[in-house]
Design a protein around this ligand. Structure first.
Ligand code: ACM
Length: 269
């Protein structure tokens, strides 16, 4: 199986241009599963809930999901990508998994970051997986990386590959946490981050690039720089993610002591 990411610089509000640019950058590179950044067709830095609502689109009947579906059919492959989703109750920071057969998953970001809390509803879908050509793929979005429960939930649901669209701004953190998420769950991870700067509403945000693909051993199989726009894909053997045996005495999942974990508190005493 070939898995890849697209790292690029969306222009805020230019949905049509961003879709065109993403397709151009994918060029002749081929993969079975592509991961594109969070909010890749709209840009990131909304300045009001109305602005988010105006740029958001229904799934699957909006221009972004339609474009992804068309590419998936044309190239017989799958796409995971982040987009602003317009739902009857409001706007979500969502990710979709689409393939030639249609929409497979809609995930609404669980852990909203910074001012996203002013513009989006907190996700209500939970962490989900679906089969892509016999391989189980799970979705999480950007800041979810700092909550190990997200990747663990996906791994417990059978994810072999975690697709992670991102718009990272805190330097160097997710590149580390996603290696740990891969290692501690024995899964492949694909983080598709964006690059460039957005300067809106009196605040500048610089996105950190360094998209990466990590193996179940925590090795970085592919990685990009902080500024480059590029599509990168690597060949993997997804069966590697099925082996959870650490030693003949230790199994990543069955060694868990769930009765001793107190996961419901908020840590504030
Ligand atoms: C982020 O969740 N976009 C940092």
């Amino acid at each position: 199986m070939r898995i890849g990411y697209l790292q690029f610089r969306p222009e805020f509000g230019e949905v049509e241009g961003n879709l065109r640019r993403a397709r151009e950058l994918l060029g002749d590179e081929r993969a079975d599963l592509w991961v594109l950044p969070e909010l890749f067709s709209t840009g990131y830095q909304f300045t009001s809930p109305q602005e988010a609502r105006e740029l958001a689109e229904p799934v699957p009947d909006g221009p972004t999901t339609r474009a992804l579906l068309a590419w998936a059919r044309e190239w017989s492959c799958y796409f995971v990508a982040g987009l602003a989703e317009l739902a009857p109750q409001g706007v979500y920071n969502s990710a979709v998994l689409v393939g030639p057969q249609g929409l497979l998953l809609l995930y609404r970001k669980t852990h909203l970051f910074y001012r996203e809390k002013e513009h989006f509803l907190p996700g209500d879908t939970g962490f989900q997986v679906a089969e892509v050509g016999g391989v189980v793929v799970g979705l999480m979005v950007c800041f979810d990386h700092l909550f190990p429960e997200a990747a663990r939930t996906l791994a417990l649901k059978g994810a072999q590959v975690i697709a992670h669209p991102a718009n990272l701004v805190l330097p160097g953190i997710a590149q580390l946490t996603m290696r740990v998420r891969a290692l501690e769950n024995r899964v492949f991870t694909v983080t598709a981050n964006r690059v460039g700067e957005e300067r809106r509403g009196g605040e500048a945000l610089r996105f950190t690039g360094q998209s990466q693909i990590v193996s179940p051993r925590g090795e970085v199989l592919a990685g990009s720089g902080e500024e480059t726009e590029e599509a990168v894909a690597v060949e993997i053997d997804p069966r590697e993610a099925l082996d959870k045996e650490i030693t003949p005495f230790n199994h990543l999942f069955s060694d868990r002591r769930v009765g001793l974990y107190e996961l419901c508190g908020d840590g504030r005493g």
